[in-house]
Structure formats: C-alpha cells, structure tokens
Design a protein around this ligand. Structure first.
Ligand code: SAM
Length: 258
C-alpha cells in the first residue's frame, strides 16, 4: 500500500524498519490481549503487530485507508473501526474488560485524544504511543521543569508515564517538522492518591495553569484564602509550575465543598 499522505489527517507514515521494530518490541503483544491501534494508516505497525498477535482492533478516520485495511485482512485478524477516535467508545472493545492501546498518533489531535483516553483508564492495561517529542516532554515533566503544566498534572494524576526513545523526522514520509518520541502510559492502581471530586480537581489545575507565571494567591483567589494555603503548607506566593500532583489534590480537597 503506498497512498499519498493527507496533511489534514496528520498523516506521516513510518518508513524506517528499525524504528518500526523497536516500537513493536516496546509494545510486546502477548497472547489473549485485546489491542487497539489508533491511526493504522497504511499499516506500518499493523502488519508487524499482526505477525505477533492473532487479532487487532484499529481506529482509522480516513475512509480510503480503512477500506484498504478491510480488503487486506480478514475480520478474524483485523476489526476496522472507521471513525474519529475522539468520538470512539473504547468500553465495548473487550465487553468492558481490559484493553491495550497503541499507535503512531496524528499530532494535531494528541492532547484531546489523551484526555479522551483518560476517561477509559479503568479498562486500560497500558498504552504505547508515538507523539511529538514536545508533547511527550510535557507529559513526563515534573514540578519546576519548563515543560511541566496542565497536561503533566492531569495525566500524572491517573498514569505512570515513561518516555522510551526519540524518533527523528527522517523515519517518516513525509518527514514532520518536529522530533517525535515514544511514550508508555500505565494507569495507576485503584489505591492512587485521588481527589474527592475529579472534576473540581481538573478545574483547580486548569485555573492555576491558566496564568502559570502568576502566584497561586492570585490565580486561585476565588477558591482559597492565603490562610487556607498556609493551612495546607503551601506558600500562597508559589506558582502552579512548582506544585506537585499531591499538592493540587490537597488544594482541590480543601476547596471542593465551597
Ligand atoms: N500508523 C501509521 C504509520 O505509523 O505509518 C500512520 C500514522 S499517521 C501519523 C496518523 C494516522 O491517524 C493516519 O492514518 C490518519 O489518517 C489517522 N487519523 C488522523 N486523525 C484521526 C482521527 N481523528 N481518528 C482516527 N484516526 C485518525
């Protein structure tokens, strides 16, 4: 299959056999796992994965590429979901059971997609994705790193994250303008530190990072007083970019009934 890449679907197709084999090794499919690949495109990852795994689900928005995959593989091997992954309901994949997610993601939807997938974290065993390196840096960054922000906190609230390796532009056709990287996400266990109210936690994080260089006593003024910060052992003069996930949870819990 040698289709012309479509820019509006973020199509950059992997052509480097060594990188493809490293990604497949990182995924390391095991018998019996339910695996869904996001954005299979012409199948650079799909084909080697199917050599190691009896069946895959794939989610592809491009009608032509989805049709080509349907004609190339029998349904016992490949279930093709031709749809926008941002609207895809992962829960029926394994009758509500666990699944793994993999893929070389379209970079134009990577952040909304990660937030969408986070809604299915309870069913997810793990995920291995290729993303823009800049996004992977933000995902794994800790407090005080330049890249630390809302994405880091919201994902680290639910997942253990590990940057695996970088992938240069020449590994793709056409080459993207940026470096890429492979990242693994593993949902934290049920005993992870958790806010009393997840959506309030998300609001606190969004509001604090809305103006990341401002002090918390300004950005969160409508929610918590200076004395309130001090009671939590957090300096009111601190900035969002210095707070740990645990400190965001503490602020959310102290303000969730207000
Ligand atoms: N996996 C292939 C590879 O590595 O060569 C293709 C990767 S390409 C970066 C991203 C793929 O995601 C394309 O096939 C594109 O059509 C598909 N895609 C883009 N937006 C999508 C969306 N919203 N939902 C599902 N698939 C999407």
């Amino acid at each position: 299959m040698n289709p012309k890449p479509k820019k509006y679907f973020g199509q950059h197709f992997l052509i480097d056999a060594h990188i493809i084999s490293r990604i497949v090794q990182a995924i390391n499919p095991k018998p019996g796992e339910v695996i869904v690949e996001i954005g299979p495109g012409p199948g650079a990852l799909t084909a080697p994965l199917l050599l190691k795994h009896a069946h895959l689900h794939v989610v592809e928005i491009d009608r032509d590429l989805a049709a080509a995959l349907v004609s190339r593989y029998p349904p016992e091997q490949l279930t093709v979901h031709e749809t926008d992954v941002l609207n895809f309901d992962f829960s029926p994949l394994n009758d509500g059971g666990k699944f793994r997610a993999v893929g070389n993601l379209p970079y134009n939807i990577s952040t909304p997609f990660l937030f969408h997938l986070a809604g299915f974290a309870a069913q997810l065993t793990d995920a291995v994705f290729m993303l823009q390196k800049e996004v992977v840096d933000r995902m794994v960054a800790g407090p005080d790193d330049d890249a630390y922000g809302r994405l880091s906190v919201m994902l680290q609230y639910q997942f253990a994250l590990e940057a695996l390796f970088d992938v240069p532009p020449e590994a793709f056709n056409p080459p993207p303008k940026v470096m890429s990287a492979i990242v693994r996400l593993q949902p934290l266990g049920a005993d992870r530190p958790r806010a009393k109210n997840d959506s309030h936690f998300a609001n606190v994080v969004a509001q604090a990072f809305g103006q990341r260089r401002k002090m918390l006593r300004n950005t969160l003024k409508s929610m918590i007083s200076e004395a309130g910060f001090e009671a939590l052992g957090i300096a009111p003069t601190a900035r969002a970019e210095t707070l740990s996930v645990a400190e965001f949870i503490a602020i959310a819990d102290a303000t969730s009934d207000r």
